[in-house]
Design a protein around this ligand. Structure first.
Ligand code: ADP
Ligand code: ZN
Ligand code: MG
Length: 649
């Protein structure tokens, strides 16, 4: 439950523009050196079809040889046990013995021509028996060591060639699986298998519903891919990397496919997890290869799904992971190495943006972030409509009702409900889905989601709705506060159960004391609304309280805006390089002053809170009406808000 302004985001964009100007020279250099056709082709290029063929060839050969061998074998030898062999000697059947390394051959009638002989030859595998040779002597059997020549071609094949061939085949096959269809070792890092450019993903924006804001932003990306000239001629800035951020199942992967489908360009999809291999260096090689291919196929889209698998912050990982770090570094190098003009756009997706390495989010990399929200009521209905179009729906089906009953559900959940309901209908022997099927499917899904703590209950929803409306109304009646752009009770990110979005009308670098106090008011508006309506307060406002307290403290210690220490700074920011705050402010006051600061912070907060309570009590009707609308719709646009509040925007 945060009241959030877009200042930070704006700063980011500003920085992005600046940085980009510096990039142009780089582009020119690349342009003059011509298109990069000088890439090296691997020497051993195998294509997948051929390779498969040769495996079958091998297998067939092996089987044939084995057949021949067993055929010849049965004709040539009769294999007997060693005891039988000895018996055959002692009863005089065997008259000649050839002693090989690990076998004995017994020949009848003294015929010593071994291979291909028509006579029966007994073959045995001996056990260590010191009495064997004396027995031969006593029986007068001729014996000799078998000469190596006696091993024929077939046993050579069996003993050496075929095992080797098999090993090579298996080896190739394994590398083929791991490294794409390239020729094994030589193309270790190649990943053609997952990289096959999907010229037409078959997905368009029509297939995505409910993520309107994300869609709007991505339409621009599509337009660039379709008409790059338009942008390049004017010298415009094209995003290089766009990061889709949102909860699992909100349609990030779907959106990326839609971008490629609508733009009609090749689409390289790779999941972050694919990069992380068991061998150090493979991931980095894959990244290199991926971008090489992408450059050849430009304009195209490189989509790195589950970016967090490689992009985890290098700081927070205990011990580090060399492999992932190498991969991440390679990704950064590649992203820097080509220009926005090259026509390769990198889409990333993650549901954990907070763990990403800061380097990934820097200008020139994933410099644009697109939030893919969970769908609101209208969005959910639209998603249900899309997915139900392929299922036979009965006359009594009311998708609006279903959408109403599924707050907190994401696109994937809704697709699942439609599918589940179809299964239920089939199980009941019906040929179309009824409303009851859908309801049962919701219940099933709901139980699972509740276990995962993904849906909040009615009472909490109520609290969240009043809380957010409280922020919004306070903002509307606070002079100088940023206008409300959107109110939502759809959970966004971790810990936030709702949000009120305020967008500044202009870039601000200075704030007056009044404006700072106004910010505190807006932050306290959420809790104040809770107290007025429920006569108790919840933990939902903890972030608001922290931020309000910070501002109040800064007023006194940093900006010199307190009565007692007017125009006097009480702390010194320990600035570090490039303005990154180390977070530690140095105290520059006496211990007794600490008490004054704490009391003064408490005073400011108490006073402002009283004021906000007064305001919201006065506007209680508006608070009620907007909240009920919010509960119904889940999101309220700025226009709706100002209409309901009877104000002009
Ligand atoms: P994510 O990548 O964000 O985890 P996916 O794109 O993989 O989510 O979504 C999984 C499936 O859920 C999609 O294939 C689609 O069928 C369905 N889905 C999710 N979001 C939407 C949406 N906004 N509109 C239509 N279908 C959706
Ligand atoms: Zn709040
Ligand atoms: Mg996905």
């Amino acid at each position: 439950m945060t009241s959030q302004d877009d200042m930070e985001k704006d700063d980011l964009n500003l920085a992005g523009k600046k940085k980009d100007d510096g990039c142009w020279d780089d582009d020119c250099k690349k342009q003059t050196s011509g298109p990069s056709n000088n890439h090296q082709e691997p020497i051993f290029k195998f294509n997948k079809g051929q390779f498969k063929f040769s495996i079958w060839y091998f297998i067939a050969a092996v089987i044939i040889i084995m057949l021949i061998n067993s055929f010849v074998n049965t004709n040539a030898y009769e294999t007997v046990s060693f005891s039988t062999f000895k018996e055959l000697i002692s009863n005089g059947t065997i008259t000649e013995v050839q002693i090989g390394n690990d076998y004995y051959l017994g020949v009848i009638n003294g015929n010593s021509e071994m291979p291909g002989t028509q006579y029966t030859i007994y073959r045995t595998v001996p056990v260590d028996d010191v009495n064997f040779v004396p027995m031969l002597d006593s029986m007068g059997v001729k014996y000799s060591a078998a000469s190596e020549r006696s091993s024929n071609i077939i046993s050579m094949l069996l003993g050496w060639v075929i095992p080797f061939a098999l090993i090579i085949v298996v080896w190739r096959f394994m590398f083929n699986k791991m490294g794409g269809s390239g020729s094994g070792v030589m193309n270790f890092g190649k990943n053609n298998a997952q990289l096959v450019a999907e010229g037409d993903t078959g997905t368009t924006f029509e297939d995505v519903a409910g993520a309107d804001e994300a869609k709007e932003e991505l339409v621009e990306v599509v337009d660039f891919l379709k008409n790059p000239k338009k942008y390049l001629d004017i010298g415009g800035k094209i995003p290089k990397g766009v990061l889709l951020v949102g909860s699992p199942g909100t349609g990030k992967t779907l959106l990326a496919r839609a971008v490629a489908g609508d733009a009609g360009v090749p689409f390289f999809r790779l999941s972050g997890a694919d990069f992380v291999e068991m061998f150090v260096g493979v991931g980095a090689a894959r990244v290199r290869d991926l971008f090489k291919q992408a450059r050849e196929k430009a304009p195209c889209i490189v989509f790195i799904d589950e970016l967090d698998a490689i992009g985890k912050s290098r700081l927070n990982v205990a011990g580090g992971n060399d492999e992932r770090e190498q991969t991440l570094n390679q990704l950064l190098v590649e992203m820097d190495g080509f220009s926005a003009k090259s026509g390769v756009i990198i889409l990333g997706a993650t549901n954990r943006p907070e763990v990403l390495d800061a380097a990934l989010l820097r200008p020139g990399r994933f410099d644009r972030q697109v939030v893919v929200d969970k769908p609101d009521l209208t969005g959910r209905e639209a998603i249900l409509r899309i997915h139900s179009s392929e299922v036979k729906m009965g006359g009594n089906v009311d998708l609006h009702e279903i959408a109403k009953a599924t707050p907190g559900f994401v696109g994937a959940d809704l697709a699942n409900i439609i599918n589940e309901s179809a299964l239920l209908a089939v199980r009941a022997g019906r040929s179309e889905v009824k409303q009851e099927d859908l309801e049962e499917a919701i219940e099933k899904t709901m139980a699972g989601l509740q276990k995962k703590n993904r849906v909040i209950n009615k009472k909490e929803r109520n609290i969240v709705a009043y809380h957010e409306t409280g922020h919004a109304i306070t903002a509307a009646y606070t002079e100088g506060a940023d206008p409300v752009q959107k109110i939502s009770i759809i959970p966004r990110g971790i810990g936030a159960l709702g949000y009120t979005l305020q967008t500044p009308t202009e870039d601000r670098f200075l704030m007056t004391k009044q404006e700072l106090l106004g910010k505190i008011d807006v932050l306290l508006g959420g809790r104040a609304a809770e107290e007025i309506i429920f006569e108790e307060v919840s933990t939902g406002a903890s972030n608001d309280i922290t931020r309000a307290t910070d501002i109040a403290r800064s007023l006194i210690t940093e900006y010199g805006m307190s009565d007692k220490f007017e125009n006097m700074a009480l702390t010194k920011r320990s600035a570090s390089f490039l303005g990154q705050e180390s977070g530690m402010n140095q105290k520059e006051y006496a211990e007794t002053t600490q008490q004054y600061i704490d009391e003064e912070v408490a005073n400011i907060i108490r006073e402002r809170y009283k004021k906000v309570i007064g305001l919201l009590k006065e506007k209680r009707e508006t608070l009620e009406s907007i909240t009920s609308k919010l509960l119904e719709q889940e999101t309220i646009s700025s226009k709706e808000f100002f209409d309901l509040a009877g104000l002009s925007a």
